[in-house]
Design a protein. Sequence first.
Length: 288
Amino acid sequence: MSKPPRSLKTLRRQIDETDDQLHDLLMRRAALVAEVGVAKQAEHARVEVPVREAEILRRILGRHGGKLPAGALVRLWREIMGAAIVMQTDFSVAVAVPDADPGIWDLARDHYGSQVAMVAYRSPGEVLRALAELRHDSGIIAVPAGDGDDAWWRALAGGAGDGPRINARLPFAGRGNARGTHDAFVVGRAANGIGDRTLFVLETQGELSRASLVGALAGGNVTGAVLQQVRGTDGSVALIDVDAPLTADDPRLATLLADIGKQVAHVAPIGSYAKPLPPVGDAARAAK
């Protein structure tokens, strides 16, 4: 015999009790974050560690069940992690928001939450300049969508080891109600850890079409995608996205570039990122 449904008054009382428990846990987490901040200062560790944030989201989604939408779960945890950054340091973000794509601001807001200070700039160049002048801690710039776009990523290839690097790709677990269709990169100081995918600036000599470059990077255990190529009279410069965590001296990179080896002039790593999850409707299943 089935139990009679509980009254609305009883259910609301239990929701209030659960909210109190959730709040207690959030305050406990905040106290731990405060300790983490002290430990990071002692160990000279970065406050923002995107690879660690990706690990947290993958783990949470992997254990998730029930009717709470996975997208809402990601939104809650992104807000918690953004607040954790603010607790540890005075942190701000520069966002390149072109008039044609205000959705980049939405991606930045969804990633950092409501408590991190964000400032809009008109172009990727302005964001990189603000980072170089230490006016902000991280920047958000749209992923290049075509070979005719501004090749802002070239500026990262000549930086020092502690200079700005790409360390995340947005959105990580679905776009939600963010406007637009473009993805974005998070550009910041070198962070602890390396992501699942690596980004390189590849300089080549002589004539090399995009189709030839794409073909050379296909196949094998490690493959690369051409996000953008700028061709000149003496050669080309391309932004390459490799599906593995690689360093510049990794032999797998040499194998990947073997077909165009004689034309390779220079290869410079400019960052890495955790591979984004499928749209959140499928993210919980993919994380398991």
